[in-house]
Every structure is written in C-alpha cells, then in structure tokens.
Design a protein around this ligand. Sequence first.
Ligand SMILES: Cc1cc2nc3c(=O)[nH]c(=O)nc-3n(C[C@H](O)[C@H](O)[C@H](O)COP(=O)(O)OP(=O)(O)OC[C@H]3O[C@@H](n4cnc5c(N)ncnc54)[C@H](O)[C@@H]3O)c2cc1C
Length: 431
Amino acid sequence: MISAILPFSTDILILGAGPAGLAAALAASSHAQTITIVDENAMLGGQIWRGGPVKWQDKRAHALWQKLSHCQNVRVVFSARVLAQKSSHTFLLDVAGVAQLISWNKLIICTGARELLLPFPGWTLPGVTGAGGLQALVKGGMPVQGQRVVVAGSGPLLLAVAATVIKAGGEVVSIVESKSSRQLMAFFWSLVKAHRGKLLQSLKLFWSLKHVYYRHDARVLEAKGDHRLRSIVLRHQEKTTELNCDLLACGFGLLPNLEIGNLLGCQVQDNGIVVNEKQGSSRPDVWAAGEACGIGGVDKALVEGHIAGLSASAQLAGGRALQSRARAWQFAALLKATFEPDHGLRDLCKPSTLVCRCEDVTASQLVEYGDWRTAKLMTRAGMGACQGRICGAACQLLFNWDAPGMRQPVFPTKSSTLAALGAASKLEENR
Ligand SMILES: Cc1cc2nc3c(=O)[nH]c(=O)nc-3n(C[C@H](O)[C@H](O)[C@H](O)COP(=O)(O)OP(=O)(O)OC[C@H]3O[C@@H](n4cnc5c(N)ncnc54)[C@H](O)[C@@H]3O)c2cc1C
C-alpha cells in the first residue's frame, strides 16, 4: 500500500494525498486496475489532516484510510513531486531526491492550496509566518508553550490556527481580522440561513477562543524587532496600537495550487482548475478535486474527490453526492464573496518593503514595470527558491499583474535529476 517505489505506469494517477486525493482513490478503487497516489509530503493527510493517522481526530479520515489500506490495487508514494511533463501521459518526478518517470492513463489533480501572503514592513522578520504556516509548524512539533502569538489576516483559517496554538500551549494575544463587522455579520447570517453545520463548527471554534481578543476591521501595519519579532503595530477601527508578541501568523486566505493544471494545459482561472459536473477538466483524461479547483474546505474536497474518483473510473455519482457538492459549491462562493482580499490591502506594502523575499526585491524596484515577466527579467523577482509562488501572487494584488505563467521544471530541482533522464534537453526545447 505505502511504497517507496514508484511504478513505471498506472491506470489512475492521483496527485495529492489530502482529503480529496484519498476520497478519489477510494471511489475509484473498485473499478480501476491500478491506482497510484503521490504526494510531496512524507505523510498522508494533506493540510487539514497533516501528520498521518496517529494525529488524526476526524473520524472521516480514519474511515477513509481504514478502507483504502485494504485495497491491493492502491499504492501511495510519499516525498514524490511532479517536476515536469516528459510526454502527454508521462511525468518526471523527484522521488526523495531520485528522478523517476511514471506513465498514466488517467490523472486526478488533488494538489490543494497554499496561503496568500501579502508584504508589509517587517513581514520577513524571524517570528513572522503565514497563518497556516504556523499551524503546520505547530502540527509538526514546533513548541509554542508560553509564546505570545498574534494571528492576523483574513478568513476562517485564522480561528483554526488560533485554536491549534492554544491547544499546543501558546497564548493567542489577539486575532486580527481585516474584514469589517458588516461583512462578518453578513457571513454569519448566510451560515444561519444555509450552512447550519458550518455555523455550528464556527460557534464551537469561537467558544474555544472565548478568552482571545478578536479584532475585526483591523490590520497589522508593521512587525517590529531587531533580529526577531518583538512587537506589532496594528490599526483597529482608526486607532493605532502596539502589541508585544513573540510570533505573528499572518495570512490572507488560500490560493489553489495550479502548477499541474497549467503544465497540462487545462483551463484554469485564478480560483482554480475549471471542472464540469463530473469534476472533469478541459482535458478528457484529467479530473480535479478539492482546493485545486476552488477554495471551499474539507467537505468540498471530500465530495469532489469522491465524484472525481467515480468519473475517472467510469462510474456515475449518486444524487446525494451531487447534492452535497452543490451545497459545498455554495459555501465556496460565500467564502470567496466574503473573504476575497480587497485592494485596500495594497496600502500595507510600502515602497521600501521587500516583495520578493528570496531575491530581496522591494516594491519600489517593481513598481516601474508593467507586467510580471518584465519585472522578473529586470529585477530577478520570482527567481528564487519559491519561484514566484509567494511574490507572484502578491504582485497580482499589488500591481494588478497576471499570475506568473507555467514553466518547467515546476519546482526547483538538481540538474542531475533532469539530466538522469535526458529530460534537460527536452525541457530546453520547450522553454
Ligand atoms: C497551510 C494550510 C492550513 C490549513 N489548515 C486548515 C484547517 O486547520 N482547517 C480547515 O478546515 N482547513 C484548513 N486548510 C484548508 C485545507 O486545505 C482543506 O480544508 C483541505 O485540506 C483540502 O483538501 P485537499 O485534498 O483539496 O488539499 P490538501 O489537503 O492541501 O492536499 C493536497 C496535497 O497535495 C500535495 N501536492 C501539492 N502539489 C503536489 C505536487 N506537485 N506533487 C505531489 N504532491 C503535491 C500536497 O503535499 C498535499 O498533501 C488549510 C490549508 C492550508 C494551505
């Protein structure tokens, strides 16, 4: 089941072992010859179920894995990352540092999402992370006992992150939500009307955070410190305050991981890979599910994964699944309408603020260029370790530029990995 060896070929390849990928594999398992799930992480679970079965508290995760682990035709390979496309149905992967190829007949993309980080003065200081970034570190064992933590940005993830920090023994000094009370109340009433389950979850979370100072209509203007974070300056309803803290976790929502959809030439929009009723992409042999085709949380990921798995193995989804996906899509639309970052957040970034933290490029160096590509060529923005995954998205909001385009290899890799397969020359032709 869990294997260190990637097969040469597979009937269905699933990228991502989060809720969507696991649900897709289980749904397809009875009607596919071989299914291979690959994930760049070293464990199952994706973002929300991070850490593998020993850490899972969601019964749905255990139920899925319990069934999947008995499927002889399903194989999971970890620490495996798609780097490039060798031919239309063959990928080059980096599997724990070793180059390997896999050919597939059908592909299900369940690659999830990453955080939107926006630059503001001091955001590169040690002690400042993304909101989900801090949560991942804590889930991975980073000690936060006795640490004073501010969780800032926007969206429901802030509550989940604050709850994780408290559970791990940290002190959440404040949650700083940029949306206004009017926007949050409208969201609350929409939950009351149409999403009672989500309402209950939010109320439980709020209850567990009852001692935390929740500020809405508030923004972190600056993170201050010498060699590491010491305090933050925030504006809350026209008042400016300084708060001492050890950690600042700041994120402005999630962005779908679109690299693989782009690599394959699937139709994509900013909010995800475009899919039809069957979770099919614009390519007939490629399906997508979960955050990769729109941000909507774990319920959406599970039901979309289920439908994608059925469709890829030539089965039809039942009415109940279609209904719960319709509800999940409604909730995703509500999330987008409420928490989409607004242009006012541009003011957080000052001319001297670093936008590309890998290559030390400031906002004032970028502002004179008209698009991402020119700015990249002239300043090296986006050419560092993250390959524009962080600054590219920030520049979309700051300067209204298009998202960085697709390039191969998708992730930075050793030239020996490419050379081992004679892929380097092929990639050179495609550049
Ligand atoms: C940092 C972070 C923290 C989150 N915390 C919460 C939370 O506390 N509560 C909550 O309700 N929601 C949380 N979410 C939202 C969460 O993503 C969804 O609710 C749910 O996990 C979506 O499931 P998914 O299967 O679509 O994606 P994910 O769970 O993100 O799984 C995607 C998987 O794909 C893998 N992958 C990506 N690209 C590749 C590639 N090229 N090759 C191989 N593998 C790849 C990733 O390693 C990952 O394991 C969080 C999201 C993020 C980004």
